[in-house]
Design a protein around this ligand. Structure first.
Ligand SMILES: [Zn+2]
Ligand SMILES: [Zn+2]
Length: 334
């Protein structure tokens, strides 16, 4: 059973497919041999299934938790960060992530977090019905145990170099999907550990998040164009499997968002809509039964609408007592 979850990669690393209770199915953790012990990238979400998968992987490869000497996190999303505190307790290893990523994790999961309320009021302002907002609140609070205990963190920053598996890697700031996310680039081998910034087969989520930058899609697209400037022979993503055509995948993602913006501008030309109306028109009302996916769909719809406004292609009128939320309208062309 354990072997189902692990793959020995050609470069000597271990890819552990840590199970997730979402449609993403698994998150990749890479176990990288060091002179003394192992570096572990992105341990996963804290669930019983994830811990069982790790125990099986360690047994199959004759490893112990104390062989883990360092934990590196590409970003703060719970499917990557959630198990870091647990692995730290088991191994005693330090956990490294960017300062920005850690600040965001604390804002989300810290004791006095107001994140859920802020997100709920953002969605209410943009037309989401109250019962769905409640369901999203419950779903968010269910994550607390999946990121506990929280790790003690030390910082690594974009622009610096880090030794990993006997090679030097450049840390690259990769915002848009997650503020403060880091990609790791190895210039001689042309390898890129890309977190969730570039994924094969999956479009990385780009969300408007209260308290973070209001132009996440713009940041994401700018970051993709910068990443396309690196020569990459093998990319190691946070989900699915390592892949070769990094620049081709970046082009696909950029054109996906271009088409999506175009389509949304056309839909606004037909009739003004709230972000929630737009979300349902794009993703279907079946998401009403899945608060987790609905949250991502709504936050991503907002990211595209904010980008249309930022580009001057749409405007919005504030919510008032006669409307169900902020209405977006296409900007008339001159
Ligand atoms: Zn992510
Ligand atoms: Zn992820």
């Amino acid at each position: 059973m354990g072997e189902l979850h692990t793959l020995q990669l050609e470069n000597g690393w271990l890819q552990v497919k840590v199970p997730l209770p979402f449609s993403l199915r698994w998150v990749n953790s890479y176990v990288i041999p060091e002179e003394d012990g192992y570096t572990l990238i992105d341990p996963g979400l804290r669930t019983d299934e994830a811990i069982a998968a790790w125990e099986a992987a360690l047994t199959v490869h004759e490893l112990k938790w104390t062989d883990v000497t360092r934990i590196l996190l590409t970003h703060q999303h719970p499917d990557h960060y959630g198990l870091a505190g647990y692995v730290q307790e088991k191994s005693g290893a330090p956990v490294y992530m960017s300062r920005k990523s850690h600040a965001y994790a604390q804002r989300l999961w810290g004791e006095d977090s107001r994140f859920a309320e802020e997100l709920q009021s953002l969605f209410a302002e943009h037309g989401m019905p109250a019962e769905l907002i409640d369901a999203i609140g419950h779903n968010l609070s269910s994550f607390v145990k999946m990121v506990s205990p929280q790790p003690q963190v030390a910082y690594i920053e974009a622009g610096s170099t880090i030794a990993l598996g006997g090679l030097d890697w450049l840390l690259i700031d990769a915002p848009g999907h997650a503020s403060g996310q880091l990609c790791f680039y190895q210039p001689e081998r042309k390898w890129m550990i890309c977190g969730d910034q570039v994924l094969p087969h999956i479009t990385p989520n780009v969300s408007v998040v209260p308290g973070e930058d209001e132009k996440p899609l713009n940041l994401f697209l700018t970051s993709l164009k910068e990443l396309a400037g690196y020569e990459v022979e093998m990319a190691y993503p946070g989900h699915r499997d390592p892949f070769g055509d990094f620049s081709g995948r970046i082009e696909e993602l950029i054109s996906h968002h271009g088409r999506r913006l175009e389509r949304m501008a056309e839909m606004l030309a037909e009739e003004p809509r709230t972000a929630f109306d737009m979300c349902e028109a794009l993703f279907g009302s079946r998401l009403r039964d899945n608060p987790h996916n609905l949250r991502f769909a709504m936050a991503e719809t907002l990211a595209h609408l904010y980008e249309l406004v930022h580009q001057g292609r749409a405007t919005h009128s504030p919510a008032n007592s006669c409307t169900s939320g902020v209405y977006y309208t296409v900007t008339p062309s001159q």
